[in-house]
Ligand binder design. Structure first.
Ligand SMILES: [Zn+2]
Length: 667
């Protein structure tokens, strides 16, 4: 018992340190694998001894706590916003005014204006207490469960922190993670998010904290509020907060700078107006603050904002151009995306020809028409977007815009389900773009990865009437293909060989390749592992489906709809008859010799790769765990195994066996 408590404390402490080093200091002390192993060990221990688990345990970072409704919290210190300025003249006026009011040599601190969501986090006795959004400035929402998943935010402080204080900053979506999120959504044929800030805000307000954990938000903290704080100026206090374990803007990165004159301020503005394009996150301006707290107090506040600070907003590069025509793209699941075709224009160093209009609601809100002159910005420097219409330039013969009612490809009536922003073409068995889109998805690299077949070839084969669904691929013959233009003998043979080889692709990939809505590669893997065969998935009802880990209502419904369509079932039967894998590979040597036994595998082996060894354990009915705990029966030890693991196995009396012992075990 006491050992477990000790171990929990130990793990909590070292994981906190690794987290801090990695997310705040950019310093990696252990491998990801090692980190995960320790985290899992802690999780297991906490499950067993919840009474020893710390409120602010690193395991809280993985999310999973679901909030019913966010509690309203009144700010102890009102959360004011800064007054904005858009020109350097205003900044010069600000600086002159400050000098007059204080008659002092003034120091200023220049900082970045992060384009995110403002947050105030209270710490009591060095422990994360609560995180509250700005709200209306007087009261905000307690979003602690989500904020705790942000790994750069400490749950426990270090050093000589004040007993009770609040630190404020900005939570944002790192561009890399935002792009990753949209990429996944694109692959799953879900509508893309338009900009990182709104998505960060939406993420913070999601009730299920695992969403926040998965998306990878980040945060800079720099405003400290509390009693009995001994440091008398902003710049030094921010630095100090860094010692307490916060991710602060650092002087070395030029995210923060101290200066005593207007030239220094203007230099900072000019520098970042250019450099901001290279930042891994978005900023929309800079902030200038009077450094000394004495001076801040002397200057005081207006009703809405402090007199001792001002923000300078960068001009977002905006150009106007003609919206020539709205066209529509049909995705493989029938989702319609309207696209604005623009007269090409230079914007932020690239030529912009098209902008997404997302859906009918957005078009309606913009009141945009074909032939309008529109203002275009690079929303978050990623996807160009139409901001507004230059009404003065609207031609006199302009006609109101009507969203299409029928599919641009097959002509069938579009539908829009309640709660869906997008229109859909539901003619999934007859709509050419959907048909080719699905086959293109089927052969794609992440799915069946068929060599010798490209997206254009699919279109040609479809036009020739040779294929209508993936099953048709397996009936193509050399004699059918060779007469087609630009098909040489060699490429035909390659293609046929690639198609033949795809019959060996494992079930989970085949399931993903079918292109069922919301069934991305991860979901396909989950389903395959859980149900083992396509029959079991097809026979599962809604309740059975949602019982599976991470399978929600939406996915379950989509599966039921897919298998409810006769043509889909027929196609699957044909694929089966051609020898495609619709069952998880069954191992002939499978036994239940290891039933009920838990194994941990560590090190390097002669006869097996680590994955093969794990698979062999599972094939024989055993369980593989990634960390050693009281439940572990055997540690299969190879070369170069970590000494910590060995020590722990000894400590917990886990049997340590070699590869040879293992082979003997399974006979
Ligand atoms: Zn259609």
């Amino acid at each position: 018992m006491t050992n477990s408590k000790q171990r929990i404390d130990e793990l909590t402490k070292s994981l906190q340190e690794y987290n801090y080093q990695y997310y705040v200091m950019d310093n990696s002390l252990v491998s990801d694998f090692e980190f995960d192993t320790l985290l899992k060990e802690l999780q297991a221990l906490e499950e067993k001894f919840p009474e020893f688990a710390s409120e602010n345990s690193p395991t809280k970072r993985v999310g999973g706590d679901v909030t019913k409704k966010f509690e309203q919290v009144i700010h102890r210190y009102p959360m004011l916003s800064l007054s904005n300025s858009y020109s350097k003249e205003e900044i010069i006026d600000f600086e002159t005014r400050i000098k007059k009011l204080t008659n002092d040599d003034i120091e200023y601190v220049c900082e970045l204006k992060y384009d995110g969501v403002a947050i105030g986090i209270q710490y009591i006795d060095g422990k994360f207490y609560q995180a509250v959004t700005r709200g209306d400035g007087t009261k905000g929402e307690n979003v602690s469960t989500n904020v705790k998943t942000i790994k750069s935010i400490p749950l426990k402080l270090r050093g000589d922190y004040p007993q009770d204080f609040e630190i404020r900053g900005e939570i944002f979506f790192p561009l890399k993670n935002f792009e990753r999120l949209n990429k996944t959504r694109f692959e799953n044929d879900e509508p893309l998010y338009a900009n990182p800030r709104n998505t960060a805000s939406g993420t913070l307000k999601s009730l299920d904290s695992s969403i926040a954990a998965e998306r990878g938000l980040d945060c800079f903290l720099y405003g400290i509020y509390g009693e009995n704080i001994e440091i008398d100026n902003h710049f030094d206090l921010v630095k100090k907060a860094g010692e307490w374990g916060f991710k602060i803007p650092k002087e070395e990165t030029k995210y923060i700078k101290k200066t005593s004159n207007i030239d220094g301020i203007l230099d900072f503005i000019d520098f970042w107006d250019v450099e901001r394009k290279n930042l891994p996150f978005e900023i929309d301006g800079v902030v200038i603050k009077v450094n000394s707290y004495d001076n801040q107090n002397r200057l005081g506040y207006t009703a809405k904002s402090p007199r001792w600070a001002i923000s300078y907003k960068f001009k977002t590069e905006r150009v106007s151009t003609l919206l020539e025509k709205v066209t529509y793209q049909v995705g493989r699941t029938g989702a319609i995306t309207p696209v604005a075709n623009l007269t090409p224009v230079q914007l932020g160093g690239t030529t912009v020809k098209r902008a997404s209009l997302h859906n009918a609601d957005i078009i309606e809100k913009l009141e945009v028409r074909e032939g309008d002159t529109v203002f275009v910005e690079k929303g978050g420097e990623i996807i160009p977007k139409i901001i507004s219409v230059d009404i003065d330039k609207r031609p006199s013969d302009s006609k109101p815009f009507h969203y299409i009612t029928n599919c641009p490809d097959c002509g069938s009536l579009l539908q829009r389900q309640e709660g869906e922003a997008n229109h859909y073409c539901v003619n999934d068995t007859g709509c050419p773009v959907q048909i080719t889109g699905r086959i293109q998805h089927y052969i794609s690299r992440k799915a069946m990865n068929i060599d010798g077949l490209g997206t254009e070839t699919i279109e040609v084969l479809f036009e020739q009437g040779l294929i209508k669904n993936p099953a048709d691929l397996y009936e193509l013959t050399f004699d059918q293909l060779i007469p087609i233009e630009r098909m040489a003998e060699k490429s035909v043979n390659n293609m046929l060989a690639g198609i033949e080889a795809s019959k060996q692709i494992p079930f989970e990939k085949v399931l993903f390749a079918l292109g069922i809505r919301f069934v991305g590669d991860t979901v396909a893997k989950k389903l395959a592992r859980h149900f083992v065969s396509i029959e079991a998935i097809m026979n599962a009802d809604f309740e059975t489906l949602i019982e599976v880990d991470e399978i929600g209502d939406r996915i379950a419904q989509s599966l039921i709809e897919y298998f409810g369509i006769h043509e889909n079932v027929e196609m699957i039967n044909r694929l089966k008859s051609h020898g495609l894998q619709f069952e998880l590979a069954h191992n002939e040597d499978a036994t239940d010799k290891l039933k009920g036994l838990v194994f941990v595998v560590s090190g390097v082996f002669d006869k097996f790769s680590r994955d093969e060894l794990k698979k062999s354990i599972e094939d024989n009915g055993g369980k593989v765990s990634s960390s050693i705990s009281g439940k572990t029966n055997y540690l299969v030890a190879g070369d170069n195994m970590g000494p910590a693991k060995l020590k722990k196995a000894e400590k917990l009396d886990v049997k340590i066996i070699s590869e040879t012992d293992f082979i003997a075990l399974i006979g």
